[in-house]
Design a protein. Structure first.
Ligand code: PRP
Ligand code: URA
Length: 204
């Protein structure tokens, strides 16, 4: 259930994101670019309903998206992945889950939650970094409790440990990522990774 982007543009953008000299303004633009590629990949299988139109030349039966979508960023860094969804799917609903990792223990603490109805909708949980997987598992638990059945996790960089943690607790949730990196360091940052995504996105 792990999908890793293979498009050369994804590698190009990710390499620039990894570069420590990339400043927040460029970092945000690059996050938007890779977010678009990920959003397209994560929605390849969206159902369509048939829809009849008249072209200027003849009648035609085409298709329109059949399901409403919900995107749920894990605050704060997940906010950097919302705009691509709004650009591609203007009717998307947005929910918010606030989780923050403690710098000493790397355990995520919940501080905010505001969600639209989730039942019967495709729910995309977005967070750029899947490190230990603690934040993603907590968010997916919460989304399930709130009625989400059709769930996917969309990240920019994943670690093997993070993927294993999500697969152990939520084996039916597909994970879409632009990169599967090597490992975590002792502070539970991803290697080679790109550092603290939230800090680089917002210049903190
Ligand atoms: C980062 C990231 C994830 C989490 C991943 O957020 O955006 O939410 O760490 O780590 P994990 O897989 O080990 O849980 P952080 O807690 O640093 O908060 P921020 O988004 O406010 O910067
Ligand atoms: N959060 C980040 O922002 N980066 C990491 O490498 C791990 C968690």
């Amino acid at each position: 259930m792990l999908h890793v982007l293979t498009h050369p543009l994804a590698t190009h953008v990710l390499t620039r994101l990894r570069d420590r000299t990339t400043e927040p303004a460029s970092f945000r633009a690059l996050a938007h670019q890779v977010g678009l590629l990920l959003a397209l990949e994560a929605t390849r299988d969206l159902p369509l309903r048939s829809y009849a139109v008249n072209t200027p030349l003849e009648p035609h039966t085409g298709g329109l998206l059949a399901e409403p979508l919900v995107v749920v960023p894990i605050l704060r860094a997940g906010l950097g992945m919302v705009q691509p969804w709004l650009d591609l799917f203007p009717d998307v609903s947005v929910g918010y889950v606030g989780l923050e990792r403690d710098h000493q223990t790397a355990q995520a603490r919940s501080y905010y939650c505001k969600l639209p109805p989730l039942a019967g909708r495709r729910v995309l949980c977005v967070d750029p970094m899947l490190a230990t997987g603690g934040s993603a598992v907590q968010a997916l638990d919460l989304l399930r409790e709130q009625g989400a059945a059709d769930l996917a996790l969309v990240v920019i960089v994943a670690s093997p440990a993070g993927v294993a943690a999500v697969e152990a607790k939520h084996p039916d949730v597909p994970i879409f990522t632009a990169a599967l990196d090597r490992e975590l360091n002792p502070q539970k940052y991803i290697l080679p990774g790109l550092g603290d995504f939230g800090d680089r996105l917002y210049g903190t």
